[in-house]
Design a protein around this ligand. Structure first.
Ligand code: CA
Length: 434
């Protein structure tokens, strides 16, 4: 039967994080070979972070294989244990491999500007008329739906769901280590081997043997540090701001009937808000960057300038700025920018990032999360932050960081006798800079 078919010889992928990724199931091998999965090679895992950390060019393809490999290892340890039904094995592996399938180019900005949802596209790829769907359907008729349900977290067996999405899941364990490796930072490392050894299946979730608590603490702290040192790095956010302004500008120009010298064929359905799956899959990062390079030569000055900034890494500068407390400054800056001819809608941008490093269970609250449970020697379950002082100290604490982005070069280039120039510099705290 296709479902249980094994390759004659195991395939191995060399991987810098997990050393080797092992594939023995025919279904997994066939999924990796589909056009939709191969597309993930052309979508970077960390979006604009490569402009801050030049090593961060790794793709969602790498990451997806990594998540698959971690789940494969977890399930190897689960085999024969109480509560684990090995019938679910292939489903878990497929969901792990395919969980990010719907990510588009620079997902973060694209989703915001064009109001898209990568999870909806993942479902469409899994359930629609695609190569991935054809492979999954050969397993059994209802199998694509099961895979979609696991990724969607609605699958009835919550143990299966928790392997792919929980506060300590294969997805996070892979991206933390992988992103640390490719950015080259020293945070993000933890003893995954140890965590995998102490994971235990229960009825409805994975729990951690109490003896593994310190390894889990290390994992939580590494996640905390990666968020602030890498994911929310203000320079990557500057690139992200420029990227979304490019998309806004191009869409705006299209709506105004602007004549692009290169017809933005791949973007048309994004501009008009009716994106088919086919259109979506055709627009990967290599295509996006091609347009950005071409738009440098457009006559629209804003579009051209923003593309130069993105392609040549002429990023926006930033200061700390809390829009909730500094509304007046913001309004004043907005008017001053207008007066001197720097369009504030594109060149004066507040960006806020926030993260909750770990949360205990608060039923009914927004973003309700299943906590991590420790399995005590007497088989009792204890919530992690009640046992660990380190985790308790960061539990449930949301931290937010606000920055104001602006083009320093434009401001510097204003004539010195223009009174607005000094006002702008004073508000931005740049009065001493020539
Ligand atoms: Ca992921």
């Amino acid at each position: 039967m296709y479902k249980n078919e094994q390759l004659d010889e195991e395939k191995v992928f060399k991987d810098p994080v997990h050393r080797y990724i092992h594939v023995k199931d025919r279904v997994i091998w066939d999924l990796i070979g589909t056009a939709e999965f191969q597309r993930l090679r052309r979508v970077k895992q960390l979006g604009t972070s490569f402009l801050t950390f030049h090593g961060a060019e790794h793709s969602r393809f790498n990451h997806s294989l990594g998540v698959y490999e971690i789940v494969r290892r977890i399930l190897f340890n689960f085999e024969g244990r109480k509560h684990w039904n090995n019938e679910e094995r292939l489903l878990c592996l497929c969901a792990a491999l395919l969980h990010d399938l719907g990510h588009g180019p620079f997902s973060h900005s694209f989703e915001k500007v064009f109001k898209l949802d990568h999870e909806a596209f993942t479902r469409q790829i899994v359930l629609g008329d695609t190569e991935v769907n054809h492979v999954l359907r050969r397993v059994e008729e209802g199998f694509p739906q099961k895979v979609a349900d696991v990724i969607n977290k609605t699958y009835e067996d919550k143990l299966v769901v928790s392997l792919i999405s929980s506060q300590i899941d294969a997805d996070r364990m892979d991206y933390l280590q992988r992103d640390a490796y490719f950015t080259g930072v020293s945070y993000g490392h933890f003893d995954m081997e140890r965590i995998l050894r102490v994971m235990r299946p229960l009825e409805d979730q994975v729990v951690i043997k109490q003896t593994g608590m310190h390894a889990v603490e290390d994992y939580i702290m590494s996640r905390y540090q990666m968020y602030w040192q890498v994911y929310f790095h203000p320079v990557s956010r500057s690139a992200e701001v420029i990227l979304s302004k490019i998309l806004h500008r191009a869409k705006h120009l299209y709506e105004q009937g602007y004549q692009f010298s290169l017809k933005p064929t791949h973007f048309l359905s994004f501009f008009s808000g009716d994106v088919s799956l086919e259109d979506y899959l055709r627009l990967d990062e290599s295509v996006v960057l091609y347009y950005f390079q071409m738009w440098i030569d457009e006559t629209d000055e804003i579009l051209s300038d923003l593309c130069v900034r993105f392609m040549n890494r002429k990023l926006l500068k930033y200061i700390e700025f809390n829009p909730n407390l500094q509304m007046n400054e913001w309004m004043e800056l907005y008017q001053l920018f207008k007066k001197v001819g720097i369009d504030p809608d594109y060149y004066l941008v507040v960006d806020s990032s926030s993260d909750l490093p770990y949360d205990f269970y608060r039923p009914g609250e927004e973003g309700e999360r299943l906590p991590i449970y420790l399995l005590m020697p007497n088989q009792e379950l204890k919530e992690l932050s009640r046992q660990s002082d380190i985790v308790e100290s960061i539990s449930g604490k949301k931290r937010t960081d606000h920055k104001l982005y602006f083009p320093m070069d434009f401001i510097q280039a204003l004539p010195d006798d223009q009174p607005e120039k000094n006002k702008i510099k004073t508000i931005l705290g740049l009065a001493d800079i020539d």
